[in-house]
Write a protein that binds this ligand. Structure first.
Ligand SMILES: CCCCCCCC/C=C\CCCCCCCC(=O)SCCNC(=O)CCNC(=O)[C@H](O)C(C)(C)COP(=O)(O)OP(=O)(O)OC[C@H]1O[C@@H](n2cnc3c(N)ncnc32)[C@H](O)[C@@H]1OP(=O)(O)O
Length: 227
């Protein structure tokens, strides 16, 4: 499962599919290197001179990435919307330097996400930031909605932090839909370590809403173009 709705109309032999695969692999490779850079950046105790030299080097690299730049409303060509691959999701996107990134799979009527948090995701020293935990849960509960055929947007997210989330430790995030009521979708989620999956460190209740179709088209103009 590499997308909430796992939808793709292209066959593997299709040249367009090959090209897309190639593009996504390159984006994931850059994302991977950038995540290593982010990790090295928040760990380093390099001298100010070295740090400044690196800042200059990184600025030069950033300059190479400025081609056609997408605006926030544009959907990247390598993505599928709604409910498909999101290469730059800050949670699951293999191309995002911010993402752990979390890998998602179906699990017992819901979905499970696996990832490690690093020092870049630190809150209290040695442990994950509470906002990062909430972000992982929000995203995965959104995937649970999409996997249940009801993609929606979060209107309420309640988190309870029962124990600190360790860094650099394999985590298991779980989410499932508990009920639906018209356009509202009720979900539950949790975070535990892979080693102690029954010891819940963070639990969450989320309510999502499948937007009214007119609202959805106003929010996401691409839905109009797709028709
Ligand atoms: C073709 C569909 C496309 C769907 C898009 C899906 C994309 C996801 C795809 C793939 C999953 C990947 C994973 C992603 C996960 C990440 C999720 C996020 O981070 S989402 C960002 C944070 N959330 C927001 O920014 C929402 C802000 N809220 C809104 O924009 C609107 O409230 C919206 C569009 C969600 C609903 O607007 P309305 O006009 O369609 O519906 P109204 O009539 O306002 O509400 C319906 C019911 O919900 C209640 N409601 C709405 N907002 C509420 C709120 N904030 N608190 C409590 N109740 C609320 C209302 O009272 C109403 O309930 P009553 O029918 O009266 O019982």
């Amino acid at each position: 499962m590499n997308s909430p709705l796992s939808a793709s109309s292209r066959t593997p032999q299709d040249p367009a599919a090959e090209n897309l695969k190639h593009q996504r692999e390159a984006i994931a490779a850059l994302g991977h290197e950038l995540r290593l850079l982010v990790d090295a950046t928040v760990r380093t105790e390099a001298s100010p001179e070295t740090t400044q030299r690196l800042a200059d080097g990184v600025r030069a690299l950033t300059g190479q990435l400025i081609g056609r730049r997408r605006s926030p409303a544009d959907i990247p060509e390598v993505d599928e919307f709604p409910g498909g691959v999101r290469m730059y999701s800050p949670v699951t996107g293999p191309g995002s330097p911010m993402a752990p990134p979390m890998r998602v799979a179906p699990y017992e009527g819901g979905v499970v996400g696996r990832c490690l948090l690093g020092i870049a995701h630190e809150g209290p020293p040695g442990y994950g930031h509470g906002g990062i935990s909430a972000m992982l849960l929000d995203e995965l509960m959104g995937w649970a909605c999409a996997a249940a055929g009801r993609p929606g947007m979060t209107i309420s997210l309640q988190t309870r932090y029962r124990g600190p989330v360790p860094l650099e430790t394999p985590l298991r995030v779980r989410a499932h839909v508990t009920a639906t009521d018209d356009r509202k979708i009720y979900t539950k989620g949790s975070i535990a370590t892979e080693e102690a999956p029954s010891t819940v460190l963070v639990e969450a209740d989320g309510i999502f809403v499948a937007p009214d179709p007119d609202v959805a088209r106003a929010l996401f103009p691409i839905l109009d173009n797709a028709q």
